[in-house]
Write a protein that binds this ligand. Structure first.
Ligand code: NAD
Ligand code: TDX
Length: 336
């Protein structure tokens, strides 16, 4: 099988490539990534001399470049490439529409032109909007995105649906909850808190800290996508989540305890505009239909993740350079 993985130099994409090379040693994987601030080929150091792995620095919005790559012959596409950070989408929405909607459409066009056995769109539970105190997102929950990020992901999803309905493209959409684990860019809550706590810097908590996210260890997300590639029913959406709802403040206090750092680092800051209160996934469909089950419990997964960041300080300090600093100047200004 020849797999084209977009966004493979990012957090989930790189974990997915490493997972697939190990799990399917006869598959050929082409990683297509434009290497934005979030793309880092260091994540794939261990794959670089694997003859089944190759890389192309190509933007998914570049229709000509993408067409050339499909001429190599592609069986399956897994589209991870995206602008993925909600706060950045509030500062600069345009690139989110460009990559997440237009980029998706470019890939769909190439998949349609050359023919693939499966196109998998990696989406997010955020397209469903925010939950109240009760209930969970199912695949039938109406789309109600609240941030420019989630609106752009919903736009991409609707394009995928349209190419299935109109052109019969064999697609699946996966909608996963919040991931955590190795190689996550230190702008997202868990690596941000770990890296700042280790430097004894104030920890920004938005609003009252009681917003809830449903956390899944990244490898469990990868195993779900592997199942969807092989056994997902054409045209179906699959929600992925590990029944692990936690408040943000609980996450932060867990990290502080594990690192032996004081709670006095916690600093409540102005809330994120349009901040979704709660996400919670009902994974019944993927569990029953594809037999998916997460392997990692949150309590051990978070400890392993903290250990990983402790052991890979070089990896995240290198990232915290020019672009990172200017983003944080814009994001927090004088607030921290
Ligand atoms: P990430 O920001 O770490 O990585 C995104 C990757 O896409 C980077 O390598 C970047 O260089 C690349 N990229 C961005 N724009 C590109 C373009 N125009 N052309 C080619 N490559 C481009 O993101 P992530 O957290 O790994 O998320 C991967 C996917 O999973 C995204 O589609 C995201 O919406 C989805 N998702 C993420 C989570 C999460 O918790 N992180 C949860 C559910 C779904
Ligand atoms: O500094 C912070 N302080 C804070 O309180 C940051 C960065 C976040 N938060 C809160 C906001 C959220 O309630 O923590 C929670 C998690 O925030 P993020 O890590 O930014 O993730 P979220 O907005 O939930 O979105 C993530 O999960 C779904 C990914 O970034 C998306 O790509 C994915 O689709």
């Amino acid at each position: 099988m020849r797999l084209l993985v977009t966004g493979g130099a990012g957090f989930i994409g790189s974990n997915f490539i490493l997972y697939m090379l190990q799990r399917h040693p006869n598959y050929k994987i082409l990683n297509v990534d434009s290497l934005t601030y979030a793309g880092n080929l260091e994540n794939l150091k261990t794959a670089s001399d694997n003859p089944n792995y190759s890389f192309s620095k190509t933007d998914i919005t570049d229709a000509h470049g993408i067409d050339l790559l499909f001429q190599q012959g592609i069986d399956v596409v897994v589209n991870f490439a995206a602008e993925s950070h909600v706060d950045r989408s509030i500062l600069e929405p345009e690139i989110f529409v460009k990559t997440n909607v237009l980029g998706t459409q470019v890939l769909l066009d190439a998949a349609k032109k050359y023919g693939v056995t499966k196109y998998v769109q990696v989406s997010t539970d955020e397209v469903y909007g925010s939950l109240g105190d009760a209930g969970l997102f199912t695949e039938e929950t109406p789309l109600a995105p609240n941030s420019p990020y989630s609106a752009s992901k919903a736009g991409g999803d609707l394009m995928v649906r349209a190419y299935y309905e109109t052109f019969g493209l064999p697609v699946n959409i996966t909608r996963c909850s919040n991931n955590y684990g190795p190689y996550q860019f230190p702008e997202k809550l868990i690596p941000l808190i770990i890296s700042r706590a280790l430097n004894d810097e104030p920890l920004p908590i938005y609003g009252d800290g009681l917003n809830i996210r449903d956390w899944l260890y990244v490898e469990d997300h990868c195993s779900a996508i592997d199942l969807v590639i092989h056994n997902g029913r054409i045209g179906k959406v699959y929600n992925i989540g590990g029944n692990n709802e936690r408040t943000n403040i609980h996450i932060v206090k867990t990290i502080l305890q594990e690192l032996g750092k004081p709670e006095s680092l916690i600093t409540y800051v102005q809330d994120r505009p349009g901040h979704d209160r709660r996400y919670g996934i009902d994974p019944a469909l993927i569990t029953q239909e594809l037999g998916w089950k997460p392997k990692h419990h949150f309590e051990t997964g978070i400890k392993e993740t903290i250990q990983w960041y402790l052991q890979h300080k070089d990896w995240w300090t290198r990232i915290q350079s020019g672009e990172y600093k200017s983003y944080y100047a814009k994001q927090y200004g004088e607030r921290l």
